[in-house]
Design a protein around this ligand. Sequence first.
Ligand code: PAF
Length: 290
Amino acid sequence: MKIVRTISGLKKEIRAAQSAGKSIGFVPTMGFLHEGHLTLARQARSQNDVVVMSIFVNPLQFGPNEDFERYPRDEERDTRLAGEVGVDLLFLPSVEEMYPEEPAVTLTVHKRTNALCGLSREGHFDGVATVVMKLFHLTEADRAYFGKKDAQQLAVIHGLVDALNVPIEIIGVDTVREPDGLAKSSRNVYLLPEEREKAPAIYKALGLIKQSVEAGETDVASLKQKARYVLEEEAGAVIDYLEILSYPALEPIEKVNETIIAAAAVQYKQARLIDNVILPVKGSAPCTAQ
Ligand code: PAF
């Protein structure tokens, strides 16, 4: 595995891969890799000649009171894991390399942000869209891999690629979970032991919505009420949101008759966790953002 830290170094490798006629799969990450990221990389490995992974904690997507400084970082371990799953090219730029000065142009996302994490993380998806667009330009990848755990991010990236005609295929990859159901996340390390014990209730609550929809229940208010009860009783956290929305548009709905997302965010002492299930409803339009 080659490691490059500069944009010029990355471009040189990309040009070499392209002139050898190789397809490029790209896995953008912020590092502190876990099984979720490794699953993205494995899928990229199986579908492309060259796998590029970036590790960059992007300051543009963190608010002033968020955890940019505190975001977990472990370059040595990440490098080893990326090599083990078959990444060919690891891009590890510094903030100065990516943003040598305050960017003259950034992107603003107008749709799919007025819900879920977009409501409490102002500007977050603008920062994500800006860095992802930059990384798409730099890697010139054929395919890029994103986890469905960040379903709103995935919906935003689909919107970005559609709106700006970016020639890349976006692949959404299923959430990887701990045996007890908790979605893998770099932020799980912040959980206190008693919080870690209770956190699987998030997926349990979402699972209840899934089972009820599969059993034919369509009333969104009553689905939410049941799931909220489980979260309140069992998750031991402050509920930031529990929503059922259309997906990928992320519009409010009253009845389930199209593809939906059931999503929750909860705040523990040191960690805010998100999770979701996306439920395709039979007969509804196919959902590209899955
Ligand atoms: O999902 C992430 O880790 C980040 O939002 C991404 C896509 C790497 C952009 O910084």
